[in-house]
Design a protein around this ligand. Structure first.
Ligand SMILES: [Ca+2]
Ligand SMILES: [Ca+2]
Length: 270
């Protein structure tokens, strides 16, 4: 975002707050910037490029996504259960915002019969969904990009969020804000081959059979994970497997006796 836009709307210059929502209108600062609406006025909101739901032209997210001919488009999704695996990969992939019409993730659910729930090789912003699966990953991020997963519940996947940039020179930046990852058979976040940068804020990972966060050492995968006001609790193996990666935690509650860089953390409180 341009500094002039950030100054006009009271955003923090020099801080990557693209996935924040300063005015709380449900549209992230970046979408408001790209669509020329005000990031500091909840009465000024972008118009959806596509609407998905009963009675709309598009009744699946996949069909709306396939119809896009440009990047930086906004798909708004009405409440409902969408039994589809959404793929935003390959030659047709777009930078896209997929936003639930409701603030409540419990009434807008994405639940494929099998496989990963949503995958993307370009910038993906996803807000206000429950993602539920029968064994695949929740959000699979390949290619390289800047991604936001906001106010989502990721339930029962293998890995909740799986990031594997396309090459050692690519990198994924992933904001996870106000979300819960729980009760999957793998890890909550899996930093796979090649490096990613994760920022977790107000996010809980619990009840995963493996780790809260697992960092792979392959491909020079020196990923970083910055946690603020997060809870990592009761995951099957332990909270982190971090060889090759690094955790910095601040004002977070992390089960176990390990000490992590950062301040104000509560630990070993079990
Ligand atoms: Ca906003
Ligand atoms: Ca606004």
């Amino acid at each position: 975002m341009d500094d002039s836009y950030e100054i006009t709307h009271g955003l923090a210059v020099g801080v990557d707050d693209r996935h924040g929502d300063k005015d709380g209108d449900g549209f992230p600062n970046l979408a408001e910037y790209l669509k020329n609406t005000s990031a500091s006025d909840a009465g000024s909101v972008p118009t959806a490029d596509r609407m998905v739901g009963t009675g709309e032209t598009y009744t699946t997210i996949s069909s709306a996504l396939a119809s896009l001919t440009a990047d930086d488009q906004i798909i708004v999704v009405k409440p409902g259960v969408y039994a589809e695996s959404v793929g935003n990969t390959g030659a047709g992939a777009k930078r896209v915002f997929i936003i639930s019409e409701s603030v409540d993730p419990n009434i807008t659910t994405l639940k494929p019969a099998s496989g990963s729930t949503i995958s993307s090789s370009k910038d993906l912003y996803l807000r206000g969904f429950t993602l539920s699966s029968a064994g695949g990953n929740g959000v699979g991020l390949t290619g390289s990009g800047s991604h936001g997963i906001v106010q989502c519940v990721l339930h029962g996947h293998s890995h909740g969020i799986y990031s594997q940039p396309a090459s050692s020179s690519a990198r994924n930046f992933v904001d996870v804000i106000g979300s819960i990852v729980l009760n999957g058979s793998g890890s909550g976040i899996y930093g796979a081959t090649n490096a990613s940068t994760f920022r977790l804020v107000h996010t809980t990972i619990c009840g995963q059979a493996s780790y809260a966060i697992y960092n792979s050492t392959s491909g020079g995968g020196g990923s970083t994970y910055t946690l603020t006001n997060c809870v990592m609790w009761n995951n099957g193996s332990s909270e982190f497997s971090m060889s090759g990666g690094a955790v910095t935690a601040t004002y977070s509650c992390i089960k176990g006796s390990s000490v992590y860089s950062g301040t104000g953390n509560i630990r070993a409180c079990y």
